[in-house]
Design a protein around this ligand. Structure first.
Ligand SMILES: Nc1ncnc2c1ncn2[C@@H]1O[C@H](COP(=O)(O)OP(=O)(O)OP(=O)(O)O)[C@@H](O)[C@H]1O
Length: 189
């Protein structure tokens, strides 16, 4: 069944391990044609088979730094010497193509989006508790000890921010996955 979301841009945020990817996977499986992701910019060289404008917008460091300084990016970061980021235009392009743009970003990203004219719906995915979050991060098996501790400590700041009035339009506690998924659909549609 096709359904039209009530917002054109949806920001999904929440601590690492709270279940954003798990919920998004379900949503895309159920509604394969509704949502799109923005194409990020990067200053790294394209790998074999990667297409400019599809996998990434491949740009020079000079160009990207200039665009970032002009406020044209929602978020940007440097990983192993290369810049990566999401431009405001890349998000608008998804909407212009008739899709709902889904942004999976952290708390800093949320604060930056609020400074733009994108006017998305903000949804926070909250873990049931720090203990359960820790269990899930360990269960995922993707992180070493240092990375787990860093994520747990970042989670505290994320929870504090989410408690502030006006930070998010919806908060979904991801305890039971099926219920959380139903709540997500209520938040979006
Ligand atoms: N409701 C749930 N009950 C039990 N396990 C869950 C639930 N939701 C997610 N998980 C599990 O918790 C782990 C973390 O979930 P997921 O990878 O979706 O988090 P994330 O928010 O996308 O994290 P990151 O920001 O690091 O990408 C995964 O192993 C996932 O299978």
């Amino acid at each position: 069944m096709s359904k039209i979301p009530t917002a054109r841009i949806i920001v999904l945020s929440g601590p690492s391990g709270s279940g954003k990817s798990t919920l998004l996977k379900r949503l895309f499986a159920e509604y394969p044609d509704t949502f799109g992701f923005s194409v990020s910019h990067t200053t790294r060289k394209p790998r074999a088979g990667e297409m400019d404008g599809k996998d990434y917008h491949f740009v020079t460091k000079e160009h990207m730094m200039e665009e970032v300084s002009k406020g044209k990016f929602i978020e940007s970061a440097t990983f192993s010497g290369n810049m990566y980021g999401t431009s405001i235009k890349a998000v608008k392009d998804v909407v212009d193509a008739g899709k709902v743009c889904m942004l999976d970003i952290d708390m800093q990203g949320v604060q930056l989006v609020k400074k733009t004219d994108l006017n998305p719906r903000y949804v926070f995915i909250q873990p049931p508790s720090l203990e359960i979050l820790e269990q899930r991060l360990r269960g995922r098996g993707s992180e070493d000890e240092g990375s787990i501790q860093a994520r747990l400590s970042a989670c505290k700041a994320e929870l504090e921010y989410a408690k502030q009035p006006g930070s998010y339009d919806f908060t979904i506690v991801n305890d039971d996955l099926n219920r959380a998924y139903e709540d997500l659909k209520v938040a979006i549609f």
